[in-house]
Design a protein around this ligand. Structure first.
Ligand SMILES: Cc1cc2nc3c(=O)[nH]c(=O)nc-3n(C[C@H](O)[C@H](O)[C@H](O)COP(=O)(O)OP(=O)(O)OC[C@H]3O[C@@H](n4cnc5c(N)ncnc54)[C@H](O)[C@@H]3O)c2cc1C
Length: 421
């Protein structure tokens, strides 16, 4: 058969897969299905950012002055090297009945399969006074701005915590009050370490750190073992915890809560509420809050050719990179199976797995699945955890967002479980 005709026929049978969002979940789906790119699928990845942001290393930017470049993965060449197409643009409306998405700059794009991996919006503007007086660590701009403030901080009262987020009810996911409190752990311990070790300040005399949570308990996504381990270190370092505090306003020298209480505050560092992007709400494919409702194979409950994974998926609770990766693997496998590939779809077995950086050589590894009815609940506070965090973040960065191979992750998991016994 003449080559141009063969090419035309191939193009006709090729399925067009479009991924919106090249964060943890979007890149992972691309890497999982790349062997089909150009053979049975045409893959396009769309993201308004030129660089994917590796958020787990942002606390090092904010509290250790690490260069932001180490948290960024360049997208154009990375995606092209997999044989996929990258378009720097953003989705503004999904027409799920006609399989098209309107892009901000480039017009409409059609798809056979759509992967929604756009993450969640960090809604700083939902907090009165945040833009004038508040600080955060949730994106590249905020993390660098916080580092400037931390360097010039000459003592006083620090208050940190997560604002309350609210979720839809279409899927059965744990209704956590905060999207993810791991970064609050990093904020309090890394800042404490910096002020004591680098600035030679005295706890109580020169500064204090108060932490609040909107929930009845802090770290509500794990069980007693990690919670008590973190609680003991907070006590050791004189960090005070306040529960049931729903953030209302940040002022010049105070922070105020919905229950009418106020705390004096010279430096407020918060995780804002997470919300779904406006375009998903306007596309009417989300739940009451705009998050995407899926089954446990990450397929949209109403549109079988749409998948979601990561922070935007209603089933992702808490909002964690580890969970984004589990769900991205499931979504990719479900798609591959549908395209006739002989693959096993991994189970939607979620767990909280994170390494909390605590400054210097200190870190705590937390692995827990009690939120989902499991029995694993451990915390390993050791320089080994710090080494693992460094190794993991470096691997991600130097391998352009690729996860370490499964065997390495499983071996590490087993090692830590042994260590925790
Ligand atoms: C400070 C901090 C520390 C963290 N530390 C950890 C940790 O140690 N371990 C852990 O497991 N998790 C951690 N997390 C959570 C983790 O970063 C997120 O859960 C993870 O990034 C979610 O991945 P995602 O792919 O769903 O979304 P994201 O990584 O947010 O990626 C979404 C992508 O979609 C793009 N996008 C947005 N809107 C559109 C649009 N309209 N059209 C096209 N593209 C769009 C964005 O530009 C972005 O690139 C941390 C989070 C923070 C904030």
């Amino acid at each position: 058969m003449p080559k141009p005709l063969l090419k035309l026929l191939k193009a006709e049978v090729m399925k067009k897969v479009v991924i919106f969002g090249a964060g943890f979940a979007g890149l992972h789906i691309c890497y999982k299905i790349r062997h089909l790119i150009g053979k049975t699928i045409q893959l396009t990845i769309i993201d308004p950012r030129k660089f994917s942001l590796l958020k787990p290393s942002l606390p090092e930017v904010a509290f250790e002055g690490a260069p932001i470049s180490h948290s960024l993965v360049e997208l154009e060449h990375t995606i092209a090297s997999k044989g996929a197409e990258y378009i720097q643009d953003e989705a503004v409306l999904i027409d799920a009945n006609n399989n098209t998405v309107k892009l901000k700059k480039s017009g409409d794009i059609a798809y056979d399969y759509l992967m929604i991996t756009v993450g969640a919006i960090k809604d700083y503007d939902a907090i009165k006074g945040f833009r004038e007086y508040g600080y955060s660590v949730c994106d590249d701009t905020q993390a660098q701005r916080l580092w400037e403030r931390v360097k010039s901080f000459d003592g006083g009262k620090v208050v940190s915590g997560a604002a309350k987020s609210t979720w839809g009810t279409r899927v059965d996911a744990p209704p956590l009050s905060a999207p993810c409190e791991g970064p609050i752990g990093e904020i309090m311990f890394m800042l404490d370490h910096y002020l004591v070790s680098e600035k030679k300040m005295q706890r109580k005399e020169d500064f204090s750190i108060d932490v609040f949570t909107p929930g009845e308990i802090f770290f509500e996504d794990v069980g007693d073992v990690p919670r008590n381990a973190v609680g003991a270190i907070m006590q050791e370092r004189g960090i005070t915890l306040h529960t049931d505090k729903v953030l209302k306003e940040i002022g010049k020298d105070f922070i105020a809560f919905e229950d009418g209480s106020k705390m004096e505050c010279d430096l407020a560092i918060v995780i804002p509420p997470y919300s779904a992007p406006q375009f998903l709400k306007e596309s009417h494919i989300g739940d009451e809050k705009g998050f995407i409702p899926t089954d446990i194979q990450m397929r949209h409950l109403d549109f079988p050719n749409i998948f979601a994974a990561g922070d935007i998926a209603a089933l992702a609770q808490p909002k964690l990179g580890h969970i984004a990766i589990i769900q991205a693997s499931i979504a990719a496998a479900t798609l591959l199976k549908e395209l006739g590939e002989d693959v096993k779809i991994p189970p939607h077995d979620l767990e909280v797995f994170c390494i909390m950086n605590m400054g210097g050589d200190d870190a705590t590894l937390i692995v827990s699945n009690v939120l989902y009815g499991g029995k694993t609940d451990l915390a390993v506070h050791s320089p080994l955890a710090k080494m693992m965090k460094w190794g993991f973040d470096s691997y991600l960065y130097y391998n352009k967002g690729h996860m370490p191979p499964d065997f390495a992750l499983e071996a590490t998991d087993k090692l830590f479980k042994l260590f925790a016994k």
